[in-house]
Design a protein around this ligand. Structure first.
Ligand SMILES: C[S@@+](CC[C@H](N)C(=O)[O-])C[C@H]1O[C@@H](n2cnc3c(N)ncnc32)[C@H](O)[C@@H]1O
Length: 206
């Protein structure tokens, strides 16, 4: 569970004019555009300053997004207004989120590796629970090799993902795509340079 230290950390990062991870969507999420249909209900968890939720709304999705950082959510709301789209941006702690069952056609979890294994298990169960039948989970994170690169993410080995870890965690879903790859990421100042990534697209059976 988060301490005030973690909240202070994120508030300090987001409480500046500049968008920490930029205003463009995460590149892996953007590559999933062919899956998107207007009217799909999407949930963006730990959405930060809104780059992903706003992009989904621009594609006609009905988007709910949350983050626990007030300056992060304020910037997400500003970005939505700037782009002329509607997103239900909420201020919420992921550990207090309700995870209504079967509520979303798309659940997006991009770089949420603040969670240690015990908390991560609760979050992953929530992500799967929130998916409607036929709904997609889109998740990107780092593998343990990222610790050597140091180009983003917390320097905490146990928070990293492996293919086996994700396969086990989401064994109730159909895995459509699961791949580890090292690539250059340019997403703001904090995610910048060669990175050890892991990508997952999974679907809940109808
Ligand atoms: C690496 S950033 C990624 C933000 C966003 N997903 C993106 O790709 O731009 C991690 C985010 O997790 C949020 N976060 C950390 N702990 C959280 C918690 N307990 N509940 C909700 N959000 C949390 C932070 O505020 C931050 O926005």
């Amino acid at each position: 569970m988060p301490g005030t230290g973690e909240l202070d950390y994120w508030n300090a990062r987001f409480d500046v004019e500049e968008y920490h991870y930029g205003k463009a969507p995460n590149a892996f999420l953007a590559r999933q555009a062919p899956l998107l249909r207007p009217g799909m209900r999407a949930l963006c968890v730990a959405d930060g300053e809104g780059r992903n939720s706003v992009w989904l709304a621009e594609h006609g999705l009905e988007v709910t997004a949350f983050d626990f950082s007030p300056p992060g959510v304020a910037k997400a709301r500003r970005l939505a207004a700037e782009r002329g789209v509607t997103v239900d941006h909420r201020l919420a702690d992921i550990y207090a989120w309700g995870w209504d069952a079967h509520a979303y056609d798309l659940v997006v979890a991009i770089f949420i590796q603040f969670a240690a294994p015990r908390e991560r298990a609760l979050i992953f169960a929530g992500l799967a629970r929130a998916l409607a039948p036929d709904g997609y989970l889109v998740l990107q994170g780092y593998t343990p090799r990222q610790l050597a690169y140091g180009t983003g993410g917390p320097p905490v080995a146990e928070n990293m993902y492996t293919e086996q870890l994700l396969r086990d965690a989401f064994r109730g879903l159909d895995i459509l795509h699961l791949a580890e790859h090292d690539d250059i990421v340019r997403e703001g100042k904090r995610h910048n340079g060669m990175s050890a990534l892991i990508d997952l697209v999974a679907r809940k059976s109808a």
